[in-house]
Write a protein that binds this ligand. Sequence first.
Ligand code: ADP
Length: 262
Amino acid sequence: AEEALRQAQKMEAIGHLTGGIAHDFNNLLTGIVGGLGLLKTRIAEGRVAEVGRYADAAVASARRAAALTHRLLAFARRQPLDPKPVDVNVLVASMEELVRRTVGPGVRMETVLAGDLWLALCDANQLENALLNLAINARDAMPDGGRLTIRTENTLLDGTYAAQAEIAAGPYVTLSVTDTGTGMPPEVVTRAFDPFFTTKPVGEGTGLGLSQLYGFVKQSGGHARIQSELGQGTTVSIYLPRHHGEATDTPITSLATAADTP
Ligand code: ADP
């Protein structure tokens, strides 16, 4: 759990960093849009001599924006996935104390873990991050308290749903987090996985939590989905492919136990 806490702090730092980058990017876009707007006006006015200046300014801004995204991508690539057989129940248990501290005393927490849970194949650290991000979002959605439910189950995705979700039909280990918070209107559900999409005030939300989760889940060959109802609450479910290895494969080893936390 100490490792998870360190990860959480790192993620917060990354959040600030990327939030800053998003802000810079936005400024550059404003420069491009403004430059192009002026360019259009000058053309309409027949003041063609000034056109080049505005075109140059727009190109320079666009170049800087491209450099920024390259930096972001280079950064993202620095964290390669390390897929291993993971006992998601053990992972949840080891994170329980940290999640409890994250959501605070106003939120009642329950975990419903499947007794016969299959092993999942994914990067355990990334899954820890994903769970923590979901807990943070749940907390933010329940400012007046509520209930947080963490659930694990074995799921057989049938062809119809799998085709809809554009993943393979078959066995998945499902980890879902349910809150009794504000819920999301449909237009927020649609965009929630988009990078930098946030409805939170500047400085509070980076809009990266769910997009990071989505990237990780997709790279793992899994699937993520949001079910939400305004005023009722939200469930975010992560489907991870089942590990079909030998029983002798050691499930995740790097996780500290909840007992480590003060
Ligand atoms: P951030 O939390 O920084 O805004 P996320 O990518 O984690 O970024 O979430 C994007 C948006 O999705 C949030 O700003 C919020 O509007 C919505 N959202 C995410 N989780 C929940 C939730 N549990 N309840 C209500 N809205 C949520």
